[in-house]
Design a protein around this ligand. Structure first.
Ligand code: 5RP
Length: 218
């Protein structure tokens, strides 16, 4: 039998799948919550063009009959749906638990609506470490020294050749930390996603789905 947590992931993912309309271009995130989104979307039998944020998601989506295109030639997405490791009441996210945050951020920023799906363990009052990073292999030791405390994660490099690492220092103001990472040579991308990127967050809680509308409705 599915655990309560798995059920919460499934409920959030199924609620997000209902937001997708026929003819849309859709960004598919990565992770165990998104794993419930893919069959829920496929079951709707809509005509969709999807892009995937990881090879694993792309393969799983295609196996279910979803049309997945390379992101190279797609300028705009109607909607993107993805999981998160932490979500705050204001809509700040930490992502990258699966090391896919670089592609995930590119897909999120391309989408007209970015929907986050999460179980009830993901909401936090304040973000906490670690913050996932993707770093250039070139000059890695120098980058790690400047970003200390940061540790390389024991996982393969990203599909784009980046080294996955985790910043374990204090977060303080996430906007300031995001600006610091953004300006640091050697950082390809960091896992802090600002509220400006987020349309809404769907959180599975028991047998319910809580909606947190972050961007005011148009
Ligand atoms: C991958 C991610 C995932 O969306 C995040 O780690 C949440 O994963 P899960 O749904 O398995 O808890 O950012 O890079």
């Amino acid at each position: 039998m599915a655990t309560d947590l798995e059920n919460e992931k499934r409920l959030a993912a199924e609620a997000a799948a209902e937001l997708v309309r026929d003819g849309m271009t859709v960004g598919l995130g990565t992770g165990s919550t998104v794993a419930y989104l893919l069959p829920a979307l496929a079951r709707r039998n809509l005509s969709l063009r999807c892009v995937a944020t990881s090879l694993r998601t792309g393969e799983a989506a295609r196996a279910l009959g979803l049309v997945v295109e390379a992101f190279t030639g797609v300028e705009r997405l109607d909607i993107a749906i993805d999981g998160a490791d932490q979500v705050t009441p204001e809509g700040w996210l930490v992502k990258g638990g699966g090391g896919a945050h670089t592609r995930e951020k590119l897909v999120a920023v391309t989408a007209g609506r970015f929907i986050v799906i999460a179980d009830s363990t993901k909401p936090v009052e304040l973000l906490h470490p670690p913050v996932p990073l993707e770093l250039l292999a070139f000059g890695l030791s120098s980058t790690l020294r400047r970003l200390a405390p940061t540790k390389v994660r024991d996982v393969p490099v990203s599909p784009d050749g980046g080294v996955i690492a985790d910043f374990t220092g204090p977060l303080g103001d996430p906007a300031q930390l995001a600006a610091w990472f953004g300006a640091a040579p050697g950082v390809v991308e960091h896992g802090l996603f600002p509220p400006e990127l987020v349309d809404s967050i769907l959180i599975g809680r028991g047998s319910e789905v809580e909606l947190r509308q972050i961007r005011p409705r148009a």
